[in-house]
Design a binder for this molecule. Sequence first.
Ligand SMILES: NC(=O)c1ccc[n+]([C@@H]2O[C@H](COP(=O)([O-])OP(=O)(O)OC[C@H]3O[C@@H](n4cnc5c(N)ncnc54)[C@H](O)[C@@H]3O)[C@@H](O)[C@H]2O)c1
Length: 249
Amino acid sequence: MNKLDMAGRSAIVTGGASGIGLAIAQRLALSGANVAIWDMNDQSLADAARAISGGKVHTVKVDVTKVDQVEAAFASTVKMFGKVDAMANSAGVAGQNATVIDYPVDEWLRVFDINMNGVFYCCRTAGKHMKDNGYGRIVNIASIAGKEGNPNASAYSASKAAVIGFTKSLGKELAKDGVTVNCVTPAAVKTPIFDQVAQYHIDFMLSKIPMGRFGLVEEIAAMVSWLCTEDCSFTTGAVFDLSGGRATY
Ligand SMILES: NC(=O)c1ccc[n+]([C@@H]2O[C@H](COP(=O)([O-])OP(=O)(O)OC[C@H]3O[C@@H](n4cnc5c(N)ncnc54)[C@H](O)[C@@H]3O)[C@@H](O)[C@H]2O)c1
């Protein structure tokens, strides 16, 4: 594992109690950062905090679809660490597998509320703080589905495409403020999110990966964590591939 320098930095990881978010939180803490893990579930937050070593860990129970909760969680994190230098937005859901014609409207709205609106609330809150501080790193976890559009996953694919467009907008808005905003587009990575996905869809996602295997949470965390460091200084509004060769652009 390469050594990244996050000494003296503090970071927030949403969805940090599980899967990719937990791996990002671990890697940032091992790199010397103080890390706030934001998630919805008390028990998984406590388990995650025990699993992380390195910097200080602060857990916050928050539903990212509620802007007031996001703002309160941010205030609690600033109170704990004094400032926030980096934010990785990993909270997300897969949503039901169904064709567009059959897609339940409530489910569509739920997926967008978590995967896109939640990212907006978090970036809106963190972006202001980072702009005022003249420094910040934001990384949004989008998906290859947002670039390619997976069949039977339209809400997920469209919400992740929205995250990509949003990242490009915010990156340009903060480009002169010392704040970089990037996103990553992983292909399938075996995490608890697979429990939300039909087996035929998991098989489909694996079949599309030229490397012939799922990504590892550590592989996603490595790139995201680098994007959270000071070294990521001339890259913003960008989309980073993590797809085992699936992405063609
Ligand atoms: N695993 C994959 O194959 C894959 C591929 C591409 C992108 N992604 C994206 O990576 C991110 C992390 O996924 P994962 O695989 O680690 O899934 P996961 O289910 O292991 O973790 C997601 C976390 O988000 C939290 N969460 C969900 N809704 C929330 C809300 N409203 N408020 C706060 N927290 C909430 C969950 O409690 C959970 O801890 C997601 O955005 C997902 O779309 C995953």
